[in-house]
Design a protein around this ligand. Sequence first.
Ligand SMILES: [Ca+2]
Length: 117
Amino acid sequence: MGGKTSKKLSNQEVQRFVQQTQLQPYVIQQIYDAFIDRAGRNGRMNVAEFKQAYNQIKPNYDPYNIYGNDMEAERIFMMFDADRNGVLTFDEFINAFIQIQRGNISSYELMLKEYSF
Ligand SMILES: [Ca+2]
């Protein structure tokens, strides 16, 4: 109990995420540490926690557009909450992270729209 124990991904998990995201292993671990920092040890990130994380992830974040960013964060949260249980696991989060970093969100949304008919 107590103290700052950093939680590590197993090598197997890191390899899986490397394949999935094409990121370097140390980057995966950094994202994981940041995720656990916000989400807590249970590894589940709720929408409020995601909004805070989103502000740090998003390139060209506009601090004067708080409401716009919040709504955007909520939308993205729902898009990537694959099993719709109201929290993001690291699997779900890292997918969102990659898409946000690549600026792919708008094309991703378009794709979702096209397939939702
Ligand atoms: Ca989920």
